[in-house]
Design a protein around this ligand. Structure first.
Ligand code: HEC
Length: 141
């Protein structure tokens, strides 16, 4: 396609306006960034846990869930039907809050997952799993 004259000018102006909007969205703090569709995970990510806390969360996730799920990055799940935690963590729109509330209601679980978590454990697991979020995640398969 060849765009000339007024059309090309309009296209260029629209491009500049769009770029300005994107830049503005990136610079804004707080809720404006959260509502930008391109960065829901990054915007929602809480501060990373301290090293001690991270070790505790990791050990708990390993003990409670590691029999079936891969709990670290770039691992395959011991039980191939279980999605790796990295895969769960990087689902679009998932936050520690949405995951914790899912984990708090046992009636949601697939039948393979037969366990009860108290609310603090659900929060811990959600906090651990969101540490596996990163930009540009691609599922292994
Ligand atoms: C006995 C094996 C087993 C254990 C232990 C287990 N899971 Fe699962 N989990 C599964 C399987 C299998 C699936 C996939 C079920 C499906 O896709 O229908 C799954 C799916 C999930 C999902 C995704 C559900 C969805 O909407 O796709 C989450 C989140 C999850 N497990 C969290 C956990 C957490 C947290 C623990 C530890 C407290 C845990 N699981 C322990 C087998 C297990």
């Amino acid at each position: 396609m060849r765009v000339t004259g007024k059309g090309a000018m309009m296209a260029r102006i629209q491009g500049v306006v769009l770029l300005a909007l994107v830049l503005a969205a990136c610079q804004a703090d707080g809720p404006a960034v959260q509502s930008a569709p391109a960065a829901p995970l990054a915007a929602a990510a809480p501060a990373p846990p301290s090293a001690d806390e991270a070790g505790r969360l990791h050990a708990f996730a390993q003990a409670a869930c590691g029999g079936c799920h891969a709990i670290e990055r770039s691992e395959l799940s011991p039980n191939p039907k279980s999605p790796p935690f990295e895969d769960i963590a990087n689902r679009r729109g998932l936050t520690a809050d949405t995951l914790a509330s899912w984990l708090r209601s046992a009636h949601n679980y697939p039948e393979e997952m037969d366990f009860d978590l108290d609310p603090a454990q659900a929060d811990d697991l959600a906090a651990y799993i969101v540490t596996l979020q990163h930009d540009g995640y691609k599922p292994a398969i």
